[in-house]
Design a protein around this ligand. Structure first.
Ligand code: SF4
Length: 298
């Protein structure tokens, strides 16, 4: 099934999008309006805990402030350009980013959990042979807000559609997360923050094609989320053929980091989007790349 939503959903709003601001940025925003810093906390609770994007409903803000916010700001998650659903219930969305670019986000429903697979880059530089994203140029890294906003954009409708809370997040969509290290970690911070979605880091998994130096850095930084290593092949000869990154990050090099290199055990895995999307029709980015329906998977 393919649903194209109205173009109006992708029109850019000239007002400042509060979803683009972290807590410090939101506090500065309110100070700039002549308000106290604690307004940031109030508004974040409305946006991220109660999922309210209408300032008029934020009843603990004065009427004057609500009207001023309406003039100066908005709460706009990324617009949905395309929605597809596979026969197994998996949903894929093409989300508009920055007015002109798009990234894919996938929701995978299961009996005991719902997993959202998010993108970390527009395109990818790693050119894995089995991946349509690998045939696209890496346009740019997503910033932390753009990664976080994918979750905000999909969370409500996925929970309504499936009647169950979003329970897990995997960074396994378009792009190699560890080549966008700082923004990925900042987005995890926002997802796990009490001011954000308050999810446990144990329910978040970052998937990498295998960047040894950055895996080591995760360990040095003491991160609390899970790490998955997408192997795709069990020996260097085969892996070199399908994943060029293996030439500079061999299995031997990755083994030296192994399960103790990061705060959580490393799991060798297959990308969720590859497995999940295979039954679905070709996505927009696949069509752009002129490739198969397998689209991404870090
Ligand atoms: S599999 Fe992941 S790392 Fe490899 S090209 Fe695709 S998105 Fe990039």
């Amino acid at each position: 099934m393919s649903v194209v939503l109205p173009a109006s959903l992708t029109v850019r709003d000239p007002r400042i999008n509060l979803l683009d601001l972290d807590r410090a940025g939101l506090e500065d925003f309110f100070v700039g309006m002549g308000e106290k810093r604690f307004r940031a906390h109030q508004v974040m609770k409305w946006i991220y805990h109660r999922l309210i994007d209408d300032f008029a409903q934020m009843s603990d803000l004065g009427r004057g402030l609500r009207e001023a916010l309406e003039q100066a700001a908005c709460v706009h998650p990324p617009g949905i350009r395309l929605a597809q659903q596979s026969t197994d219930g998996t949903n894929k969305w093409l989300l508009g980013i920055d007015g002109t670019q798009g990234v894919e986000t996938v929701y995978i429903p299961e009996p005991t959990r719902g997993t959202l697979c998010v993108s970390s880059q527009v395109g990818c530089s790693l050119t894995c042979k089995f991946c349509a994203t690998g045939y696209m140029d890496r346009e740019r890294n997503l910033d932390a807000a753009e990664i976080y906003d994918q979750v905000v954009a999909i969370k409500t409708q996925a929970e309504q559609a499936y009647g169950a809370p979003l329970s897990n997040i995997v960074y396994m969509g378009m792009g190699e997360p560890l080549l966008n290290y700082a923004n990925v970690l900042e987005s995890v911070e926002r997802i796990t923050s009490p001011d954000g979605l308050g999810m446990s880091p144990k329910r978040i998994t970052v998937s990498t094609a295998g960047i040894a130096k950055q895996i080591k850095k995760l360990g040095d930084d003491g991160v609390k989320f899970n790490l998955a290593l997408s192997l795709h092949a069990a020996d260097d000869a085969k892996r070199n053929q399908i994943m060029p990154i293996n030439e500079s990050n061999t299995l031997a090099a990755l083994k030296t980091i192994g399960p103790t290199g990061c705060g959580q055990p490393t799991t060798a895995t297959m990308p969720c989007t590859e497995a999940a999307i295979r039954p679905m029709a070709a996505s927009q980015s696949d069509k752009n790349a002129g490739r198969s329906s397998r689209s991404s998977g870090g």
